[in-house]
Design a protein around this ligand. Sequence first.
Ligand code: ATP
Ligand code: MG
Length: 178
Amino acid sequence: MIRSLKLKGFKSFADETEIRFSEGINCIVGPNGCGKSNIVDALKWVVGGTSPKGMRADSIKDVIFKGAQGRRPARSAEVAVTVAAEDLFSAASLETEVKRRVTADGDSQFFINGKKVRLKDIQELFTNLGLSNRDYAFFEQGQVDRVLRMRPAERRALIDEAAGITPFKEKREETLKQ
Ligand code: ATP
Ligand code: MG
């Protein structure tokens, strides 16, 4: 489960802001334009989203707080998510923090528990946790419709992902290529 999300210099969140999630369903409420969708964008971004459009931005640099009255633009945007997963062997809950940072030159950096990693590493981690920024973890307005209109192969890919077998398929393909 997602325990918390920390944003700093990300879109409208100029100051460091921490959002804590509790177990079960969480709702984010607030007036228009207060930043609800920006929180979802941050989550999509930190799990390894690569399409600026998916984050409602023209370029990846647009996620950096661009300044406001009396506030200078931020030099970088940072989002950190803490997830807890049950350890299969000890039943202990293991917390992992994943952080992504982008600087004004458009350079992205990724960290798992403070250690620098590749984009691929965090994408793999979240795919294993069922939170990848692909088809099914994020369902937005109008997407139910999209599922209904999908071609069979696309629908199959969605089911594969929901069932958790996508990572194995990818590993198999990678092995076959070698
Ligand atoms: P609604 O209820 O209308 O869906 P919302 O709560 O989802 O609103 P968001 O879309 O999350 O609102 O936030 C929009 C606000 O974020 C706008 O005021 C926009 O100017 C601001 N914003 C987006 N990107 C940036 C940025 N890079 N720097 C500063 N502010 C930004
Ligand atoms: Mg919104």
